[in-house]
Design a protein around this ligand. Structure first.
Ligand SMILES: CC(C)(COP(=O)(O)OP(=O)(O)OC[C@H]1O[C@@H](n2cnc3c(N)ncnc32)[C@H](O)[C@@H]1OP(=O)(O)O)[C@@H](O)C(=O)NCCC(=O)NCCS
Length: 197
């Protein structure tokens, strides 16, 4: 798809920082915690920075291994579809936008188990959405995770999403029900402006 060849995101630190030059990756500071919350396993400070970028070939192999381990959608995986999050050299998470003939789909989203609930999944989704100029569908069992971005549960959706629900129900069977969701581009802009959708 080539939509992430240029990284145009910004570093979110305590102070706003300028846009990174082309070809550089994007970093962000993950969730700050109150004293009562458990400290992140990797401590605070600069190590808390997570870098978001396209994976290298070798890193992509690692992503594919995690996709199998987490039993996520492993069909038609292409390196260029992905955004990966790194804490230093360590792969922290990943997600992709898959281009179908009838729509775009956000899928194969995962964060390594020990680094979950620190804002990394949210950061990956935000980066994927920002890199897309189209409306985005997804199929999931955790709609509450995606609603804050402006995704809405849909009863009608394109054929490829219908196929995805069928694939998930047959190949990735879980007790929860799979739902299809759609994000209209303008709703994400509202989310970025802090407007509730
Ligand atoms: C789902 C997943 C990607 C979330 O990543 P994460 O880094 O742990 O999520 P974040 O820390 O960015 O969470 C962002 C918000 O979503 C909430 N959230 C996180 N995981 C959630 C879940 N499984 N269900 C519902 N809400 C969830 C968090 O509480 C947080 O809310 P807040 O911003 O109000 O504090 C991660 O748990 C994962 O890899 N799960 C296994 C694979 C999977 O289920 N992928 C999704 C397929 S559609």
């Amino acid at each position: 798809m080539g939509m992430f060849m240029e990284n145009t995101g910004i570093i979110t630190k305590k102070k706003p920082t300028p846009t990174l030059p082309k070809g550089r990756s994007t970093a962000l500071q993950v969730k700050h915690r109150t004293q009562s919350e458990a400290p992140p396993p990797f401590g605070g400070g600069p190590e808390e920075l997570v870098t978001l970028r396209e994976p290298t070939d070798k890193e992509f192999e690692q992503v594919c291994a995690f996709i199998n381990e987490f039993e996520l959608d492993c069909r038609n995986l292409k390196k260029e579809q992905f955004i990966t999050a790194f804490r230093g050299e360590e792969l922290a998470g990943f997600g992709r936008i898959r281009e179908h003939t009838d729509c775009f789909e956000l899928c194969s989203l995962g964060v390594v188990t020990k680094l979950r609930r620190k804002g990394i999944g949210k950061a990956i989704v935000k980066k994927l959405i920002k890199g897309s100029s189209k409306n985005i569908y997804l199929v999931c069992i955790i709609p509450e995770f995606f609603i804050p971005f402006g995704f809405q549960v849909m009863k009608e959706y394109p054929a490829s999403i219908q196929n995805k629900i069928k694939y998930c129900s047959l190949e990735l069977a879980v007790p929860e029900t799979y739902v299809a969701m759609l994000l209209h581009k303008y709703q994400f802009h509202n989310y970025l402006k802090g407007v509730k959708c």
